[in-house]
Every structure is written in C-alpha cells, then in structure tokens.
Design a protein around this ligand. Structure first.
Ligand SMILES: [Cu+2]
Length: 133
C-alpha cells in the first residue's frame, strides 16, 4: 500500500522543472528592472529555457552579466540550458531576466506574473514578489 501510494505521488506530482525564490527589483514605470530565481531540473535530461514573458514590461530579455577587463557588462542570451539534476541560479551579477521599459510601477510586496518557456517542459507560470534589496 505504501509503495503504491508513493508511486502515485511520484506520478501525479513529478515537477520536473521547479522555479523557486522568484523576486523582482522594485522600479518605476518607464524604468528597467530585473527578475531573479532558481531553476531546478530533476529530469534525467537537460531542458532549455528559451523565453520569459510578462505583461508588465515592453521587452523581456534574458541577460548574463560578464566581466571584461574588469568592467561588468550585460549580454543578451538566447537560451539557458539547465543540466539534468542541477539548479541554475539567476542572481545579481550573473544570469537575470531584464524587464525593459516597465508599463507600471513595481512596488515592494506586489506579486508579478511571468510565463517561462522550456523546450521540454513547455510553459510554466511563475509569480515573483517585488522585493527591496
Ligand atoms: Cu540585464
């Protein structure tokens, strides 16, 4: 019975891709902001995040901050591969999702909706909280 129940639990919620600790920097309308989170892939195969969308910004891009000659620079990236059984962190100074030209103010403690697009897992809805640093 216990084995059967565990199996059912495993089959019904096998969240292969989990997005956790999603947060957004507060910023005013017309400004830019950034979204940070962790992606955990508990699949046996890698998956690829290739797009993030949100109704709050005119443009949403994936970026990576890289250091060239001691200067931090942001580069747009087309996709991020999440290896099997690994967690990738989107955090300040590294990968982030750039929210360009906000359509509204993002105030602390508001919840903002995003859609993440993965090659294998498909669309995943994510809610991120606006947090002061
Ligand atoms: Cu950026």
């Amino acid at each position: 019975m216990i084995i059967l129940l565990s199996l059912l639990t495993f089959l019904t919620h096998s969240p292969k891709i989990k997005i956790e600790n999603a947060w957004v920097r507060p910023a005013g309308k017309g400004m830019n902001s950034a979204l940070y989170f962790n992606i955990e892939n508990s699949n046996t195969k890698p998956d690829v995040l290739y797009k993030v969308s949100s109704p709050v910004a005119e443009l949403v891009q994936m970026h990576k901050t890289v250091e060239t000659n001691g200067l931090a620079e942001m580069k747009q990236i087309k996709s991020v591969t999440i290896p099997s059984n690994k967690t990738i962190e989107f955090k300040p100074g590294s990968y982030h999702v750039m929210l360009i030209k906000l359509k509204r103010d993002l105030n602390v403690s508001q919840k903002i909706d995003f859609v993440f697009y993965f090659k294998k897992a498909g669309k995943i809805n994510v809610q991120a909280e606006v947090k002061g640093q």
